[in-house]
Design a protein around this ligand. Structure first.
Ligand SMILES: [Fe+2]
Ligand SMILES: [Fe+2]
Length: 376
């Protein structure tokens, strides 16, 4: 079964340590030679030890030697999850929505999709516009390029679900703008992305660097690591009862991407902190978790203002706290919610596609795209 906290557990790569740069300045750039109207760049080799996640000065266009082989492993594994929303039948979901869901369950389903449709666009913009351009090692950028595509695919998936069920797209897509409990989660993310998506940001400046690290860890640890996880669980609760199983299967595919996004993001943030000796303000970190919990709590009380069979707001919120503690540990932080319980013990099993049991151990050639997905 997929290990949610360490999806590449079988990969033996160790965390990168820091070797001192061999030269004060980029040996390639330093040796640019002016030759009348053209510039010739030195062919001096790139040393893996000289690479940095950010603020590096080695040749960004040269993939190897790898300093971060784990990033390349993430890219290879991400490419094993090939699918499109058209591969999964939604016909039973249409019937379920029209004839089997209660009003309370429809409220949950619609609002979960309403939140997710907007949040994946934010996730795409964060990686593609705010994060990727700041990376100075190509093996990191290449995985992030794949992630940008995956976020777009997720947006298509939600759109396909909304269209298949026959929901009013204009109303669903606008809902995050008029429902405060959905809007505030999006605005929290907007605030973070706007703090680092500016042309004058300079990661050699201490304050700017800390802003960037705080924002990236928010997106990896909370936005993807907790809020997507929590975002899907009400649909998996319906799936457990045989309801909306097409939508749930779509989310299972998305979940496998998101597990990698979260894990990759946290590992990258930890590496930035290590390489740049970043000291984050403990109060700022604590405030971030508390703010996220408050937003998730209000969201839960809105989507689950009336509980549905087997799922209620209190379980949802406690599960957020439980997952938040796991993410904080991965980020080498204190548990923000000591003693939080795993209220949804069934979630990990439910979120796994049962068609295959060893997704991350199989090879690329065993996968196929389109048509029926056979995972062996
Ligand atoms: Fe996504
Ligand atoms: Fe993601």
């Amino acid at each position: 079964m997929l290990n949610w906290d360490n999806p590449l557990a079988s990969f033996s790569g160790q965390p990168n340590t820091i070797a001192p740069p061999t030269q004060e300045v980029n040996p390639v750039v330093e040796k640019i030679e002016h030759d009348s109207n053209t510039m010739r760049i030195s062919m001096q080799p790139v040393r893996a030890d000289d690479k940095r996640v950010i603020n590096g000065s080695t040749d960004i266009n040269q993939l190897a030697p790898f300093k971060y082989p784990w990033a390349w492993e993430f890219f290879l594994n991400a490419n094993r999850n090939h699918w499109t929303p058209l591969d999964i039948s939604m016909s039973r979901d249409l019937h379920d929505y029209q004839h089997r869901l209660t009003l309370e369950e429809k409220h949950v389903y619609e609002n979960v999709l309403s939140y997710l449709t907007t949040s994946d666009i934010l996730a795409m913009r964060n990686i593609g516009l705010a994060v990727m351009e700041k990376m100075t090692a190509p093996e990191l950028q290449i995985y992030q390029a794949r992630q940008v595509f995956e976020e777009a695919l997720h947006t298509w998936t939600y759109q396909h679900c909304i269209e298949s069920i026959g929901l009013d797209q204009g109303e669903i897509y606008n809902r995050y703008r008029v429902v405060p409990e959905i809007n505030q989660k999006i605005q929290l993310a907007n605030k973070k992305i706007n703090s680092v998506l500016r042309t004058d940001i300079n990661l050699k400046n201490k304050d700017d660097l800390e802003d960037f690290v705080m924002s990236y860890q928010f997106f990896a640890g909370i936005f993807e690591g907790c809020w997507f996880y929590n975002g899907f669980s009400p649909i998996f609760a319906l799936q457990r009862r045989g309801l909306m199983t097409g939508t749930a299967e779509q989310l299972q595919y998305i979940m496998r991407d998101e597990v990698l996004h979260c894990s990759f993001g946290i590992r990258t943030v930890n590496q930035i902190i290590l390489e740049n000796n970043v000291k984050l303000d403990p109060k700022a970190i604590s405030d971030m978790w508390q703010e996220a919990e408050a937003a998730e709590s209000q969201y839960a009380h809105y989507i689950l203002r009336d509980p549905i069979l087997g799922y209620c707001a209190e379980d949802h919120i406690e599960q957020f706290r439980y997952i938040a503690n796991r993410r904080a540990k991965q980020l080498k932080q204190e548990a923000p919610f000591p003693g939080a319980e795993n209220r949804l013990g069934w979630l990990d099993e439910q979120a796994n596609l049962r068609k295959e049991k060893n997704f991350f151990e199989t090879t690329v050639t065993e996968y196929q795209t389109g048509g029926a997905l056979e995972w062996g």
